[in-house]
Design a protein around this ligand. Sequence first.
Ligand code: UGA
Length: 460
Amino acid sequence: MRISVIGAGYVGLVTGACFAEIGHQVLCTDNDASKIAALESGTVPIYEPGLDGIIEKARRAGSLSFSADVARAVASDVLFICVGTPPLPSGDADLSSIDRVARLIATEAKSDKLVVEKSTVPAQTGQQLKRALDTYARSANVHFHVASNPEFLREGTAIIDFLHPDRIVVGVEDSVTERRLHEIYKPILGQKFSCPVHGASCPPARPPEWLVTTINSAELIKHASNSFLALKISYANMVSDLAEKLGANVEEVMHGVGLDPRIGPHFLHPGLGFGGFCLPKDLQAFVRLAEKNGVDFAILREAERVNQERIGRFIEKIRGTLWVLKEKQIGMLGLAFKANTDDIRFAPSMELIQRLREEGVRLRVFDPQAMEKARARFADLDCAADAYAAAEDAEALLIVTEWEQFKQLDWKRIHSAMSRPLVIDGRNLLSPGAMKALGFEYHSIGRSDAQSQSLADTAS
Ligand code: UGA
């Protein structure tokens, strides 16, 4: 099928590339001409494992093309809107890009269109979208169908999530639209495509659930899912605070809690809190949506408050060991909001850098992928060539992102490079016992300092 994807950000690029991979003819557009020029010359502007290979293959095969002329996208019969919906100062989602795209589609369309919203939007946006399309339509003979098809991709594993999802949610108004979307997703629903990630050996999994709902429900499913994930993380962080006071080990506690299938093991890891361009903004937008509809979602406001406290608590942990922060040389490992991405939007590292610099700390940072983006934010950031250089002469080394490669470092070498062998692990990435055995003073989150035998030790 001929599909256009409007918006070439994280969601749009993954969506376009994966649709091309499963056999569709895809045109990906964005009004950022420099981004499109980069894509056309073979440069993928974001780091997402596996994405560059899929894009390159599809470009060569002619199944994926790019254009900065968004109006060109309207030639396809099916249009996926993947533009950004950033937060406004009020916390509401800024829907101006959706509105702009709707007006453009309406004025450019010469035949009937199926317009699918994939961007994360508050419930009832689909209704507004339909209204805008009908209002601005140039011809009474052109009809618009609207659907909601929220994405559940995680940065860092977005390709796997797209091709092996646990559910595909479509909010539709009619059965024709449902059938067309079903046709688009057929290879994924039947898991009949040659997998670019796993080759012939995809891990066994249940085929995805095809969930057909109203448009309002589909939109609500997305916000309710992300907000629930945020809630779980804040809950784990509160348990972690208590575990620290009581001398328990939060990893053991949350492991035990997550063994209950009604709760599940995921998103129960405490640390520096949730960041990124989805959970924080979606939580806020969901609270605002509830508020506007007379529902006080206090439980979510509390989850947000708990999250906002994380950086302050971490700084207190640093101060608790270093005493005075001013003029101390500190190394920071990790800038990305989580591992396997270069995304620093709403990353805990950004606030941490800001606040530590205000305290007069001399920071040297390293991240395997996010250095360029961080430098664009803080022009004078002292960037190390690698983790060892970040640790050189440092009085403390902070672990801020859970990159697997930080686990594999030569920690003996780091020990001898530091002026004080102190590691403060904001992600519980390392094993307290192993770090102590190497002679480090080691602090982590929710794992009492007195405890050396943690789950992580037992596993390693
Ligand atoms: C999130 C959702 O997980 C996806 O399902 C959704 O599609 C996506 O938002 C979106 O709306 O586009 P993502 O933002 O890529 O995905 O990242 P997550 O894996 O959800 O992590 C979010 C933050 O929570 C990260 O900062 C991570 O470090 C933190 N986190 C996650 C924890 O602190 N503890 C955990 O147990 C899990």
